[in-house]
Design a protein around this ligand. Structure first.
Ligand code: NAD
Length: 359
């Protein structure tokens, strides 16, 4: 029996919504999702409006039973679209998974395909949102802004322990030169940094535009003062940062991860922070972020020892998957999700299809 299920916006329905409107169950819904989806939906002509129902709960094999009576589900990054979840969705008649995020590593695509469920996503919303947050993390870490903020609030105006270093002329390694990686390169260029990058699909434009140099993975790890992760989580990138790759880095290297938590083996990162092999780490994503990120657990004990330890270190900054969180990005996410749903339901071509695979 499911307990504690709360539907905090029980049913948002327009008096004149046509009966054939798509019925969409939005999972892991927050107040801002409701606000932005509703604002955009209200501006659509009546015949195009969608019936949204919002669930605070994450979607997983237990909560999947809530999808009865809907045609579409709209999950977020940490919802678990594994085999049992997808089988329940199929049983309940769901024919479209409209992911409101770029990554689809949380979705068992093979199972969705077998069950004839289409999958769409939001491939790009604001690469600036994530790239600017990446620089905010990097600057905070190397200039110790997080420490200074607390100190001055407490009337402590001393500088001891706050010594930073210039980013100018430092070597930054961009791992993944897609939309976010390139946008971040532009910012790093403005700071006068030397840019090295790695991607299985090198892009000559990147070399010209950002005066960047493509290198192999080992060279990037070996030569850079700072490494920033901007690749998707795949079989080949999972745990790309582990003891072995950290050991070839410069002593005191800094890593920024706004990609996905499982790009890094957390216990081995912690060991390298303890030994001083890593000089600092800033994380917007965390290997075991489900259960903590996007939630207020400030009155509880943190049972995840790795997370608790990371939060204690002075040279670690953790933000809870907020890099995407700007007004521009949320507007684009909700707008694209609505467009995706309307196109698929109208049998129109949709560029953002993940499944069925496009030729
Ligand atoms: P993108 O698809 O435009 O770029 C990804 C790049 O990574 C591509 O150029 C690809 O070739 C490259 N890549 C793939 N495998 C690689 C490997 N083994 N080594 C190096 N590079 C590799 O995606 P994007 O929009 O730039 O987003 C990048 C990632 O950022 C997403 O996959 C997502 O996980 C993450 N993201 C995080 C947030 C956040 O809020 N923290 C928001 C959006 C995206």
């Amino acid at each position: 029996m499911l307990s504690g299920l709360k539907q905090f916006s029980k049913f948002y329905k327009f008096a004149t919504t046509p009966a054939k409107s798509p019925r969409v169950a939005v999972f892991s819904a927050k107040k801002y999702d409701i606000k932005f989806f509703n604002q955009i939906n209200e501006k659509l002509p009546i015949e195009k409006r969608i019936i949204f129902d919002y669930f605070e709960e994450e979607l997983n094999e237990k909560t999947a039973i809530l999808t009865q009576g809907y045609d579409v589900i709209c999950p977020f990054v940490n919802d678990k679209l594994n085999q049992p979840t997808i089988q329940t969705l199929a049983k309940n008649g769901i024919d479209l998974i409209a992911l409101r995020c770029a990554g689809f590593n949380n979705t068992d695509l093979e199972c969705a395909q077998k069950n004839n469920i289409k999958v769409v996503r939001v491939p790009a919303y604001s690469p600036h949102a994530v790239a600017e947050h990446t620089m905010a993390l990097l600057l905070s870490l190397v200039r110790k802004i997080h420490k200074a903020y607390n100190r001055t609030k407490d009337g402590n105006f001393s500088l001891d322990g706050l010594l930073g270093f210039d980013l100018y002329k430092k070597k930054i390694g961009i791992f993944g030169t897609g939309k976010i990686g390139q946008t971040f390169m532009g910012i790093c260029q403005g700071f006068g940094m030397e840019i090295l990058c790695h991607d299985p699909y090198p892009n000559e434009e990147v070399v010209k535009k950002y005066n960047a140099r493509y290198v192999d993975q080992a060279t990037l790890f070996k030569e850079c003062d700072i490494i920033s992760l901007h690749c998707p989580l795949t079989f080949s990138t999972q745990y790309v940062i582990d003891r072995k790759t950290i050991d070839i880095m410069k002593k005191g290297a800094i890593i920024i991860n706004t990609g996905r938590g499982k790009l890094m083996r957390t216990d081995e990162v912690i060991a390298a922070l303890k030994s001083g092999q890593l000089g600092g780490v800033a994380l917007d994503v965390y290997e075991h972020e489900e259960g903590y990120f996007f939630k207020d657990v400030s009155a509880d004990v943190i049972y995840d020892d790795d997370l608790a330890r990371l939060l204690m270190y002075p040279n670690v900054i953790v933000t809870s998957h907020q890099a995407f969180f700007t007004q521009e990005a949320i507007t684009a996410i909700c707008q694209t999700t609505i467009d995706n749903i309307l196109k698929i339901k109208a049998n129109e071509p949709c560029d953002n299809m993940v499944l069925p695979l496009q030729k």
